[in-house]
Design a protein around this ligand. Structure first.
Ligand SMILES: Cc1ncc(COP(=O)(O)O)c(C=O)c1O
Length: 447
């Protein structure tokens, strides 16, 4: 039997202790492996595959652009794909006439966003505004600055000495409120922590606050109370701190609106996107800025100091253009909202299982958090590897899920993200539910 596992072959696999199924192709909401086994894609990687697998329209946009001109340096030329894509993106931004910079990965785009924020302050004569506040739990990427902003202890540990200093406030993760309070009697303590942290650091040193809008994998789609971002926006304004929304996972319709910001009437200064922008067909990410930031650079005779070879890549931009058109033409965001509501309802039934602590989310962005003790919310100990075993069993049962660990206390905690493509049918959402029930029953025999 073929084994795709380290040290066989020449791939440095993402996990050196795992045997990988080899996928030959994908169609719609399904993946098919070498042996012909069919998997229902319940996660699209980490919430990437919004429009489904194997869409010809996107493949044709990619090959069409590649055969016209595949590469142009963004420092030397512009082209229709980037001009048109930026217009398409600007249409759903919550601020007028946004300016959009395209890169290749989410981590890079996060780095670019904090550089843009600081460059803005430098040009305003406030050089000392360089510190960036983020939240815990959170995830913003794996390059060094993005990793330092992320509260992922297990990713950071080895590189601790290399990481820039970071400043974190608790995320609005109501299921595990650090003060054991409940909304609304909590009076949004977690939002006001931002002001305390700015005051502690000195507002003259703080450049930006970076925040996921609905929590990503690190809090398993935890949705903040409606007023959270109203408070945070005001705190940023009165302290001259830019608000950077990380919509890498939640953007492009995943939560049932083009951006999660739209659920909260949030107007950030900078919005970072990735993943769903091409639905994973080719890599792309984007940093969208309010016009007043880039206007200032322009007036000062400056340009944005972030050069990358593959910025504004014509093929990636053409793929993203085709993806956004497909989403609009097929009304996929409204559908995602409706089918997402129905899937959340179906999955809420999992709460009756003693090891399911919470089911939450918005649109097709749903988190299921596992616990050892439902009442006390006690997590399984990390060494039990609950979620790793859960995800492996679900895969055997033909369902792909995205796991996360560490959210309960930095080390322990097990959850899955359920984030299938927006083309999933009612029958397939019932299948996800059935497969999860079945996997939970199998897990109950071990735990
Ligand atoms: C919220 C969030 N921010 C940033 C990133 C980093 O993106 P990338 O892996 O494309 O670098 C991710 C990736 O999962 C993410 O979920």
């Amino acid at each position: 039997m073929e084994q795709y596992q380290y040290p066989k072959g020449n791939v440095l696999y993402r996990n050196l202790h795992h045997s990988f199924p080899l996928i030959k192709y994908g169609r719609g909401a399904y993946l098919y492996d070498l042996k012909g086994k069919k998997y229902l894609d319940g996660s699209g990687g980490a919430a990437v595959v919004n429009i489904g697998h194997g869409v010809k329209q996107i493949a044709e946009a990619i090959s069409g652009q590649a055969s016209k001109v595949a590469y142009l340096s963004g420092a030397q030329f512009t082209h229709f794909p980037v001009e048109k894509l930026s217009e398409q993106v600007a249409e759903f931004l919550p601020f007028p006439d946004g300016k959009v910079y395209f890169l290749t990965s989410g981590s890079e785009a996060i780095e670019a966003s904090i550089k843009l924020a600081h460059q803005y302050w430098v040009e305003r004569g406030k050089k000392q505004k360089y510190r960036v506040i983020s939240r815990k739990p959170s995830y913003h990427g794996n390059t060094l600055a993005a990793l330092s902003l992320s509260a992922r202890r297990h990713y950071q540990e080895t590189f601790r000495l290399m990481l820039p200093k970071s400043y974190k406030i608790p995320a609005p993760y109501c299921y595990r409120c650090p003060w054991k309070k409940e909304y609304p009697t909590c009076q949004m303590k977690c939002a006001y922590e931002l002001e305390k942290e700015i005051q502690r650091l000195g507002k003259e040193t703080v450049s930006a606050f970076v925040t996921e809008v609905i929590g990503g994998s690190s809090t398993g789609a935890s949705v903040p109370p409606a007023e959270y971002f109203q408070i945070v926006r005001k705190i940023c304004d009165r302290n001259e701190v830019l608000l950077i929304a990380d919509e890498i996972m939640t953007g492009i319709g995943r939560t049932g609106k083009w951006l999660a910001c739209h659920h909260f009437d949030l107007v950030p200064d900078i919005i970072v996107m990735g993943k769903g922008l091409t639905s994973g067909y080719v890599p792309i990410s984007a940093v969208a800025s309010k016009k007043n930031l880039t206007d200032l650079l322009f007036r000062q005779g400056q340009s944005f100091l972030h050069a990358q070879t593959f910025a504004h890549h014509p093929v990636s931009c053409a793929a993203a253009q085709a993806t956004l058109s497909r989403i609009s033409e097929n009304g996929l965001i409204d559908y995602c909202s409706r089918i997402g509501d129905s899937l959340i309802k179906k999955l809420s039934a999992l709460r009756s299982h003693p090891h399911v602590g919470d089911v939450r989310g918005r649109g097709l962005f749903i988190g299921v958090e596992f616990v050892k003790n439902q009442k006390k919310k006690t997590p399984f100990l990390r060494k039990a590897k609950y979620v790793e075993q859960f995800v492996a069993k679900a895969l055997e049962n033909g369902l792909v899920l995205w796991p996360n660990i560490g959210h309960a206390d930095g080390i322990n905690g097990d959850l899955i993200l359920v984030s299938p493509p927006f083309i999933i049918t009612d029958k397939e959402t019932s299948l996800i539910h059935e497969k999860l029930e079945y996997t939970l029953a199998e897990m109950a025999e071990i735990f």
